[in-house]
Design a protein around this ligand. Sequence first.
Ligand code: FES
Ligand code: FES
Length: 174
Amino acid sequence: MTILSLTINGRKHGPMDVRDDLSMNDLLREMLGMTGTKFGCGAAQCLSCAIIVDNPDGTSYTSPTCIAPAVNFDGKSIRTVEGHARDGELSALQKAFIDHFAFQCGYCTAGFLNEGQVLLERLSRTPVARDALEATIAEALDGHLCRCTGYIKYHEAVRDVILADAKRYLIATK
Ligand code: FES
Ligand code: FES
């Protein structure tokens, strides 16, 4: 057993005793009841289980949770799909996903949402040129599998959010 403490969506959890072989996915879903994080392939191949991990320097990245031991997240600050809405208001990305009907069964959606959010935050720090945008989105979402094949709609939804606030996410052109 290991004593684990972490911050999830801005709220501290722990210290709590967890088995060393407990996966992060089981910690979230089974112990904390946060079932928005899905379990798909169970082999780090589909990223439906991906969450956001926040670095102290303000950068962030996504991580699968299905094969990752929960103890690896000790002391970290993470975000899950449950953390995107603020005061009952969906995020711009969540609204765009709905507007585009990007998801069908929704199983992959939390992973795409987390990845898209990480991309938005990265672009707000380091904007890209408009002509690099399509490749940038494709590269960011690459690796997330959607069994319902909603890839284009996810891509378009992320693009819409970026273009709606182009001053923030894109390098200004003269
Ligand atoms: S369930 Fe974790 S990558 Fe597929
Ligand atoms: S919406 Fe069904 S797996 Fe992506």
